[in-house]
Design a protein around this ligand. Structure first.
Ligand SMILES: Nc1nc2c(ncn2[C@@H]2O[C@H](COP(=O)(O)OP(=O)(O)OP(=O)(O)O)[C@@H](O)[C@H]2O)c(=O)[nH]1
Ligand SMILES: [Mg+2]
Length: 688
């Protein structure tokens, strides 16, 4: 357990810590000279149960509230010190307000200098203190009179702290490792050491860590936890880490930095939050008000953007966006405190909701609904609520990172919500959303095929824009790749289709094709007429012939070997075989255009165009005027046309309407396979 002091200047905080622990935490020369605390002091006290209590002693001076704030981060228990001769004073109230804003609800009031107050005065003070605590997280806390002069109450107080520590138990070392640095120094013979409170997770000797926001990388060489050497430090302990690495010096790291697990490093400078404004604030919080933001052991200049319609009145709470001057290493759910820019008063504080707040559209109903979800208490509830709202998906990696969730914790949330993860991406969808997406995908493809039977499929982007939810481009592409691998959609380059979809010719096109086929096939098939000549023979506009032949090329029934010069797919396959045959009969397998021309009897110009077409498709490999066959491409033009004739109209077990039989999204196992570049469809076979 970590105990933090709080209270007005000179009320006896440091004296009390010394009486409890035997340690004088005022280390600085200036502190000794002035008789006040300036910076944080640290002390440790072994407990009878074998544990160790850590003490963070804070200064009470109004000028050093920022130091008090840095120390109050991560404490479990507050020792609110009020001197019996003085009673409740300004920093008593301010420190109490800060402790309350930080969400600390465990604590005791030490009524110090009890030797200076009789029973009547003590009774009067108890009432005053109870009234002061009312309405805060410390309401009803015990009040223990103590005196370091007479020794009254000190043993009692120590025993109460031990009892509280036992009752509180060890804070679960949940989440990923984060330590808020309050000191960094060099130790002779050891090197660079940082100290601070572990906010979440655990760290072990040998771990790699990142200093955020500076992004320095380091290795943990040794650890002291609660002042004892150890192999491991965890949440709720004060730790000293000996760090080694490039650029790891006492100048490079300082109070306010956060040492964290490397993949948590993602500093934020625009954060949506809930803000509670203290009732003591003189005026409502107005748009773009400048403030000092205190978080963990750091503080930074910031501005407030209102997310509601009206200024936030004193004593009320509202959603705001905090726009920071510099990025900080925070986690969603972390507490913060705002003070005024002249560092004279505490304004309020609250909880970070979303570290990736948008700069635009920050007040739309959709956005406010998301924030409502972020404000829920438990990460599982937040995730479920986010999945349930627009845009309908959550970046699971960012979600876990921004909440410093351990991998197992994040996985458990995903499992509990039966979240469907899109393979190859970090995006997760609720099962119902996934079903909706698949249905809308199938419906969009079906509708497209019905109105465009002559097109091979719908363009990827056009399809994406039609679907609900509308996934980001990379995730959408990854999803289609995975569905294509599972045979649930067809993917030809940028065209998406139902697996069973085949381009069908209209009746007039079919008629025209049967006439053209006679012209381009048959005896003249190795030098078929060009588009213009065909148009003349069949007496149809040239453009119509060209359109139909291009369409047939996409269907794999023809190939545009040269501009406006189409060959039947079967003829192309035949010519590939002939070229291979020629190659088989010549030295080195190298043959010339003339040799092909002689076999095809189609003239030098056409023979060269055919070979150039082969070159483009990698069927032949050219060297000078000679070519070799690339045996890996021999089948390139063979299969599809023949296969197309026998292929069923709809894929496998698909329903009669041709809807793909998407796998159910209800299972816990990932529904889609991983993205695999080898599953990309072969390059389009059409020429040019
Ligand atoms: N009579 C009496 N004096 C005390 C007692 N405790 C502390 N003092 C005196 O009060 C003065 C301030 O004590 P500190 O412990 O330095 O007070 P503090 O709260 O740490 O002060 P800051 O850290 O500067 O806010 C010192 O002169 C102490 O000797 C007590 O129990 N009885
Ligand atoms: Mg002090």
């Amino acid at each position: 357990m970590i105990v933090g002091t709080a209270g007005h200047i000179d009320h006896g905080k440091t004296s009390l810590v010394r009486a409890l622990t035997g340690v004088d935490t005022d280390r600085l020369k200036e502190e000794k000279a002035r008789g006040i605390s300036i910076d944080l002091g640290f002390a440790y006290l072994p407990a009878p149960d074998g544990g160790i209590l850590g003490f963070v002693d804070v200064p009470g001076h109004e000028k050093f509230v920022h130091n008090m704030l840095a120390g109050a981060t991560g404490i479990d228990f507050v020792l609110l010190v009020i001197a019996a001769d003085d009673g409740v004073m300004p920093q008593t109230k301010e420190h109490l307000a800060i402790v309350d804003l930080l969400g600390i609800t465990n604590g005791i009031v030490a009524l110090t200098k009890a030797d200076l107050a009789g029973s009547e005065r003590r009774a009067q003070l108890e009432t005053e203190i109870a009234n002061t605590l009312a309405g805060t997280g410390l309401a009803g806390a015990d009040i223990v009179p103590v005196s370091v002069v007479t020794g009254e109450g000190v043993d009692d107080l120590r025993a109460r702290l031990f009892a509280a520590s036992g009752a509180l138990g060890a804070r679960a070392a949940q989440g990923r490792f984060r330590l808020a640095v309050d000191r960094c120094f060099t130790l002779a013979g050891t090197g660079t050491v940082v100290t601070g409170t572990v906010l979440s997770g655990a760290v072990a000797v040998g771990d790699r860590v990142t200093i955020s926001p500076s992004e320095l990388s380091a290795r943990v060489r040794s650890i002291h936890a609660q002042n004892r050497p150890t192999e491991r430090g965890e949440a709720g302990e004060r730790c000293a880490l000996n760090l080694a690495g490039d650029g790891i010096t006492k100048e490079a790291i300082g109070r306010g930095d956060v040492v964290l697990a490397p993949d948590l490093h993602a500093p934020s400078e625009r954060i949506d939050a809930t803000l509670r404004v203290l009732a003591t604030e003189p005026k409502p919080i107005a748009q773009w008000m400048p403030v000092r933001l205190h978080h963990a052991a750091t503080d930074v200049a910031a501005r407030i953007v209102l997310l509601g319609d009206t200024p936030v009145a004193p004593g009320t709470e509202a959603g705001v966006q905090l726009v920071l001057d510099h990025p900080i290493a925070a986690a969603a759910g972390d507490r913060f405190v705002l003070r005024d820019t002249t560092a004279q008063r505490t304004i309020g504080g609250g909880r970070f909701l979303d570290l990736r707040a948008p700069a635009r559209k920050r007040r739309t109903p959709e956005r406010l609904a998301q924030l409502e979800a972020h404000a829920l208490a438990d990460p599982g509830l937040v995730l479920a609520a986010l999945l349930d709202r627009a845009p309908g998906y959550v970046d699971l990696a960012a979600f876990a990172r921004d909440r410093a969730l351990a991998t197992e914790e994040a996985d458990a949330l995903v499992e509990r919500g039966a979240v469907v993860r899109i393979a190859g991406t970090a995006l997760g969808l609720a099962p119902a959303t996934w079903l909706r997406l698949k249905r809308s995908l199938a419906a969009a493809l079906e509708a497209f095929h019905v109105s465009n039977p002559d097109l091979p499929g719908i363009g990827l982007e056009r399809l994406r824009l039609q679907l609900d939810p509308r996934l980001p481009v990379p995730a959408f592409a990854a999803m289609l790749q995975a569905l294509a691998r599972a045979g649930e959609v067809g993917l030809d380059g940028a065209w998406v289709r139902l697996p069973g979809h085949e381009v069908k010719l209209t009746v007039p096109d079919e008629k025209l094709w049967s006439r053209i086929r006679l012209l381009v096939g048959g005896a003249e098939r190795f030098r078929p007429p060009r588009v213009r000549d065909i148009a003349g023979v069949v007496a149809v506009p040239e453009a119509d012939v060209r359109r139909l032949l291009k369409l047939l090329s996409r269907m794999g029934k023809a190939d545009e070997v040269a501009r406006d010069h189409f060959f039947l797919r079967g003829t192309v396959a035949e010519m590939v075989a002939i070229a291979a045959d020629i190659a088989a009969g010549v030295p080195n397998g190298e043959f010339s255009a003339a040799q092909l021309r002689d076999r095809l009897d189609n003239g030098r110009k056409v023979a060269i165009q055919i070979l150039e077409f082969f070159d483009r498709h990698g069927v032949t490999l050219r060297r000078g005027d000679l070519r070799r066959i690339n045996k890996h491409r021999l089948d390139l033009f063979r299969q599809p046309a023949e296969e197309a004739a026998t292929k069923p109209m709809s894929g496998g077990e698909a329903s009669p309407v041709g809807r793909p039989d998407f796998k159910s999204g209800r299972g816990r196992e990932p529904v889609l396979g991983g993205f695999d570049s080898h599953s990309l469809p072969p390059p389009s076979r059409s020429a040019s």
